[in-house]
Design a protein around this ligand. Structure first.
Ligand code: SF4
Length: 303
């Protein structure tokens, strides 16, 4: 289907949308409304600017998506789980991102096709301390994958389904499109309980059990299942796992949570039918703090 211009974005729900909504209403407005159509050549300059800032990436997100993509290829496509293979591919993506970030005019014209690192956009440089940290993080992640049986154990399963980083599968809940697809699902045997895995390249303190509940909910709905599910965060950088066991009680709990969240978000709509938001002033900025200092939109808030 070809491209169709819409005045307002499509309504949808996801855990990350909820997180941003709870973190800062102004950021929520920039991310989900003001950036809309900012890719069109004749869009107002202010929308183009917000869209460009939305597309900024950090070295941590480049590393994270590179690791996720490689794990998908190792588990699904038979890419060898070898230190050099992983190291070369991750380094190449980080180096490409750094190189592309030097070309601001190209990124400005087409921010979805060119990478701009947030660190370079805001600080004009990637500090040595940041480069050292990213390299250390990369090595920790690779060492964990190579020196444990975490991947081999998954590969030797009766059933494995891995979702790549560009998979944007959704399901519908009460006429709302919900984005909630796990990184991986596997079963050790035909009658064994399913396992859900979420690979994490960040720290445990930045993750929430709610995300895993949502993935379990996806499984219950999609596979018409009623038994227990094991859901695990695998913290690759911190080299540890955190496992939860859910039963089908979480179906109602998750539906209630999604419903409440949707209700709160819809209070910021002028017209629900078209997903037209209230004016920018209604989306309050948060008090200036450390969250603002890492926010990709901070230029727009003079922070
Ligand atoms: S800089 Fe702060 S106030 Fe502005 S959008 Fe980001 S988090 Fe919100």
């Amino acid at each position: 289907m070809g491209y169709k211009h819409t005045k307002y974005p499509e309504w949808s729900w996801s855990q990350s949308r909820e997180n941003i909504f709870k973190t800062c209403l102004r950021k929520y407005y920039f991310q989900y409304y003001k950036s809309h159509n900012g890719w069109e050549w004749n869009a107002p300059e202010e929308n183009k600017k917000v869209y460009r800032l939305k597309k900024l990436q950090s070295t941590d997100t480049i590393l994270g998506s590179s690791v996720h993509h490689l794990l998908h290829r190792v588990i699904y496509d038979g890419l060898p789980l070898e230190k050099k293979v992983l190291d070369d591919k991750i380094k190449k993506e980080l180096n490409d991102a750094f190189r592309e970030s030097q070309n601001k005019p190209a990124w400005k014209v087409n921010p979805s096709k060119h990478v701009m690192l947030k660190e370079i956009y805001y600080n004009d440089e990637l500090k040595d301390s940041k480069i050292d940290f990213i390299n250390y993080k990369k090595d920790q992640i690779i060492n964990y994958l190579i020196n444990t049986d975490v991947v081999e154990n998954i590969k030797n399963s009766y059933y494995v389904k891995s979702f790549d980083t560009d998979t944007f599968e959704t399901f519908e809940y009460n006429k709302t499109k919900v984005y909630a697809i796990p990184d991986l699902i596997y079963k050790k045997g035909k009658n064994e309980k399913p396992h859900i895995v979420d690979w994490k390249t960040g720290k445990e303190k930045n993750s929430s059990k709610e995300q895993l509940k949502l993935y379990a909910y996806y499984y219950y709905r999609t596979y018409n299942y009623t038994g227990e599910i094991t859901a695990t965060f695998i913290y690759l950088y911190e080299q540890k796992k955190k496992e939860y066991i859910f039963d089908d009680k979480i179906i109602k709990e998750t539906e209630k949570k999604i419903e409440n969240s949707i209700k709160e978000m819809k209070e910021y709509l002028k017209d629900e039918k078209w997903n037209q938001p209230l004016g920018q002033a209604q989306f309050k900025k948060r008090t200036n703090d450390v969250v603002c200092s890492y926010c990709k939109f901070r230029e727009l808030c003079n922070r």
